[in-house]
Design a protein around this ligand. Structure first.
Ligand SMILES: N[C@@H](CCC(=O)N[C@@H](CS)C(=O)NCC(=O)O)C(=O)O
Length: 341
């Protein structure tokens, strides 16, 4: 029998995009993926990341733990530019990369390098001055504006960085210029000798391309729930009391850990059913979803057993739920977010 090389269908390796709605690197990656005609839910799975509670699956794919990350079976792209190029190599209908001369392609590379290097550096220092004690936010802002003034000159020829139409460089830089403006929109808009940058950014802010990747299905308000993490729905007031007390000791709604002997947790896929079974009568603002890190529970010497729900919990399906034997330490709670049904 002759051996036949069978290429695995794409569906076996549906790409997974780990993304974060507000991250400029993730925005540029989503812009390119969308421009290439890919659709979340159809061509790739979008997993919105919480930077405070990174899913173990993300860290397994890329230990550096930044977003965006595109997982293509065994191949992992964990740099936003690599994702942009991968997308545009598949399809580039708007010619972001196609049709430019070698000199223009080199210009694109140096514009992106200047953005990701010095401009991003000044942006971080202007945006988060508390993280850089001893540095003046105003000095870093001015350094950023100086770079933008050079872009302003470059844009004057045709309205886009390389001339009369947008290229990869425009889409790669604009999310960062947007973020720079957002630190102080009034100051940015009033800045003199920046008119062409302001209208370039204005076009981007009003563009359907940006709107598309900032909304479902390209971005979500709540993070993807990982099978590698554990979850617990809590009453907001009880969670607030626990934060003051230092540990959380409620088992489930209306029952204390001391009464039940363990704290009811849920695996990712069980959260919606738990919410509708026990919390559906409450306004969502009164309910908080806690993301619990099982590794931190283990580090604290706490045991989680997967057991059938107690009969009084109303389930007779034999489904197993994680039960935490002991009080929940605050440091094991990676994220507490308002429940979104
Ligand atoms: N060079 C990377 C940088 C990505 C990056 O730094 N992303 C930020 C979010 S905007 C991040 O994930 N930071 C990690 C963290 O905050 O824990 C790329 O281009 O993809």
């Amino acid at each position: 029998m002759s051996a036949t090389l069978v290429r695995a269908p794409l569906a076996d390796h549906q790409p997974i995009l780990y993304s974060f709605r507000r991250c400029p690197y993730a925005i540029r990656a989503r812009l390119a993926l969308a421009a290439a005609g890919l659709q979340p839910g159809h061509d790739l799975e979008l997993r919105e990341v919480s930077l405070k509670a990174k899913a173990p699956e993300l860290l397994e794919a890329s230990a550096k733990g930044t977003v965006p990350v595109l997982v293509l079976g065994a191949q992992v792209l964990d740099e936003s530019l690599a994702i942009m190029r991968w997308a545009l190599e598949r399809r580039d209908p708007l010619a972001w990369l196609e049709g430019w001369s070698p000199a223009q392609l080199a210009d694109m590379d140096s514009l992106i390098a200047a953005n990701d290097g010095p401009f991003k550096r000044y942006l971080n220092r202007f945006k988060y001055p508390n993280r850089y004690p001893g540095e003046l936010a105003s000095t870093n802002r001015l350094a950023g504006i100086t770079i933008l003034r050079r872009l302003n000159e470059q844009l004057e020829a045709g309205g886009w960085l390389l001339g009369g139409r947008p290229s990869l460089a425009d889409w790669a830089l604009l999310p960062f210029v947007r973020q720079f403006r957002l630190v102080d929109p009034v100051g940015f808009d009033a800045e003199p000798r920046l008119g062409t940058v302001q209208s370039w950014l204005g076009r981007f802010l009003a563009s359907p391309e940006l709107a598309a990747v900032q909304d479902s299905p390209w971005a979500a308000r709540a993070p993807w729930r990982s099978p590698g993490l554990l979850y617990h729905l809590a009453l907001r007031l009880e969670w607030q009391a626990a934060r003051r007390a230092g540990t959380y000791r409620r088992s489930t709604r209306g029952l204390a850990l001391e009464t039940v002997g363990f704290i009811h947790l849920s695996s990712a896929h069980q959260v919606p059913a738990t919410a509708s079974r026990f919390y559906a009568d409450l306004p969502a603002a009164e309910v908080v979803l806690l993301t619990v890190d099982p590794q931190r529970l283990a580090d604290a010497g706490l045991e989680v057993r997967f057991e059938p729900a107690a009969p009084q919990a109303g389930s007779t399906s034999g489904e197993l739920f994680p039960h935490l034997y002991g009080a929940l330490p605050l440091e094991a709670v990676r994220l507490a977010e308002t429940w979104r049904p």
